[in-house]
Write a protein that binds this ligand. Structure first.
Ligand code: HEC
Length: 449
């Protein structure tokens, strides 16, 4: 975290809003996948266990189909499961840059845990074929993988929930204290129930719709999958509104604004619609509501993710304001720097321009024109005194007529004075070194250097 903090510049307000949006996107694609992995592994293990106790070929087949559908290929595991995990720490460290005490390190803790669980679950899937002969190894791997995955997400989701309560951060000295909190526990129970419920939807959607031909060839099996999936979905989606309401009611007051009340209410409402759709799927004779329930689940994840991101932003308004001010200040400093650099650059041009346009009517450096050759008169001036002379010339040499006021602005006078003295120094080079050393210390406040 220290390392990250040093390499992050203060984000602007738009940047922070963008981070919140990115967080919702990551949660909306990552968490449904993780939930399905959890639910499908647990359900497959239960089916395998039952089949082991009393032989039941339909159970065995469904366990295999589930594992194939959810843990089947490495690509989604990498893209939906692992990659988003590395985005989360960046989102949160940027958002909380400079917020001392934010319990961010636990987010990083969870990442290796998730990766290890995926590796173990890969082995679990590989051992499915030998589950009869190697029952204990197979079940052991499943238990271990599932346990590690659940533990990692308990830590991850809890840490994120604890960001909603900045007043208590100073107490979160270790992981146990972080996790011992009702708000965090309700949130996790909601997530676990979501995991089982979305697995029910995945059975209706993936097993019956996508591989519909295979299932349709065996109507009895299809009816079994439909009943099983809809049954699990119904049972677990009933509990969703309850756990979500507990989570919302135990959240600190600071997380709420009108939008967040609305988001929380929508999560509860969509969960109820879900239970109703599962009920419909259970009642009907044909496979129905697979796509509907599945999309509704994604919607629940989007809504719940938006609630959490908004809760974080609401609870940490003060921090956000400090960060925004820092960003504004930095932007202002950059602007000032740029302006000075531009002024310096144009000052040079201004000097040269003024000289050729105005002074060259009467002066040359080496020869006498209307006025004296500048190389003879300039050495007695420094930038300040020359500027003063140019702004109001006085009579000096009786051999010449008086110099009319050339009507310069102070900036033009300063620029042309600097330009000429510079030019003089270039012309004379080292020859007039003593003159130069005379003038240099006398002009520490030279405007353009
Ligand atoms: C209209 C003609 C004219 C213009 C334009 C003019 N000068 Fe002069 N300048 C003179 C004359 C004449 C003198 C001699 C005045 C004197 O000795 O009293 C002089 C004198 C000077 C001197 C010497 C003063 C001294 O201490 O001896 C400097 C330096 C000088 N001019 C710089 C400039 C610069 C820089 C510009 C352009 C911004 C400029 N002049 C524009 C006519 C002009």
């Amino acid at each position: 975290m220290e390392f990250l903090n040093q390499h992050i510049i203060a984000p602007t307000a738009q940047h922070m809003a963008l981070l919140e949006f990115l967080g919702v996107v990551v949660y909306a694609i990552h968490l449904p996948y993780i939930a399905m992995v959890m639910g499908a592994t647990a359900v497959a293990m239960w089916l395998t266990f039952s089949d082991h106790e009393i032989l039941n070929p339909r159970f065995a087949r469904l366990a295999g189909d589930l594992i194939d559908a959810v843990l089947g290929s490495r690509f989604p595991m990498l893209v939906l499961g692992v990659l988003p995990l590395f985005v989360l720490p960046f989102i949160y460290t940027q958002w909380f840059v400079g917020a001392n005490g934010a319990p961010l390190k636990y987010i990083v803790f969870a990442i290796p845990g998730v990766i290890v669980s995926f590796v173990i679950l890969g082995l679990y899937r590989g051992s499915f074929a030998e589950r009869k002969s190697n029952f204990h190894v197979h079940m052991g791997l499943g238990t271990l993988g599932l346990g590690a995955l659940m533990a990692s997400y308990f830590v991850l989701l809890s840490t994120v929930a604890r960001l909603h309560d900045p007043e208590k951060w100073f107490r979160l000295k270790n992981l146990v204290i972080l996790l011992l909190n009702w708000n965090v526990i309700w949130k996790f129970l909601f997530f676990v129930h979501l995991a089982f419920a979305i697995t029910g939807a995945a059975m209706l959607f993936f097993l019956l719709r996508w591989s519909g031909e295979r299932a349709a060839s065996d109507r009895e099996y299809a009816a079994f999958v439909r009943k099983f999936g809809a049954g699990i979905g119904l049972a677990f989606s009933f509990a969703l509104p309850v756990f979500y309401l507990f989570y919302v009611f135990t959240s600190p007051d600071v997380v709420f604004d009108n939008t967040n009340y609305l988001l929380a209410a929508s999560v509860v409402f969509v969960s109820m619609v879900l239970a109703y759709s599962f009920f419909g799927a259970l009642q009907s004779r044909e496979p129905r509501f697979g796509a509907t329930t599945f999309s509704l689940f994604v919607l629940v994840f989007v809504l719940a993710g938006s609630f959490d991101m908004r809760a974080m932003a609401n609870a940490n308004r003060e921090h956000a304001r400090v960060i925004e001010q820092a960003a504004e200040k930095a932007a202002l400093e950059r602007e000032v720097e740029l302006e000075t650099a531009m002024a310096a650059a144009s000052g040079k041009n201004l000097g040269e321009e003024t000289f050729t346009k105005v002074c060259m009517q009467c002066h040359r450096f080496e020869e006498k024109l209307v006025g004296p050759p500048l190389s003879t008169v300039l050495p007695k001036y420094n930038a300040e005194s020359l500027k003063a002379y140019l702004l109001s010339p006085v009579k000096v040499d009786p051999a010449y007529p008086p110099m009319p006021n050339p009507g310069l602005t102070p900036a033009q006078a300063a620029a042309v004075a600097a330009y000429e003295l510079q030019h003089l120094a270039e012309l004379t080079g080292g020859a007039t070194a003593p003159t130069e050393t005379q003038t240099t210390p006398a002009e520490p406040a030279a405007p353009t250097h």
